[in-house]
Design a protein around this ligand. Structure first.
Ligand code: 5GP
Ligand code: ZN
Length: 113
């Protein structure tokens, strides 16, 4: 997607602080962190949002959750962390390339607003 901010980040056209990368997934620090650890996990392929996940493209979403588990181990997040994917404007999605926020390092209120 030529006009997609996160596709540009994957291609290196917009700089980001890379945390992890493999063939299908890219992880980078959120530019406006709301917790001491606030990373964004994205598929390299463009999927707009959670309700566009299908049988054909869901393997990368499963892989993202494997990467989350690996990062949680590496970052020693055994006290707890949260994963959030906002879907659609009412939920607060502002970038329409699916992403999973990984939040940790402070108490996280629940229910979320
Ligand atoms: P959403 O609101 O769609 O759930 O989350 C989008 C996230 O992307 C926000 O937390 C926002 O801070 C982050 N973000 C927006 N633009 C950029 C950018 O150019 N670079 C990085 N690293 N994060 C961004
Ligand atoms: Zn994109």
């Amino acid at each position: 997607m030529a006009d997609c901010l996160f596709c540009k980040i994957v291609k290196g056209e917009i700089p980001s602080t890379k945390i992890y990368e493999d063939d299908s997934v890219y992880v980078f620090a959120d530019i406006n962190p709301t917790a001491p650890i606030h990373y964004l996990l994205i598929p390299k392929e463009h999927i707009s949002k959670l309700d566009e996940v299908t049988k054909e493209n869901s393997a990368v979403i499963a892989h993202i959750y494997e990467v989350i588990a690996q990062l949680a181990e590496k970052l020693d997040l055994k006290d707890g962390f949260r994963v959030v994917s906002n879907c659609g404007e009412l939920a607060g999605q502002s970038v329409f390339h699916i992403h999973f926020h990984l939040l940790a390092g402070r108490p996280l209120e629940w229910p979320a607003g």
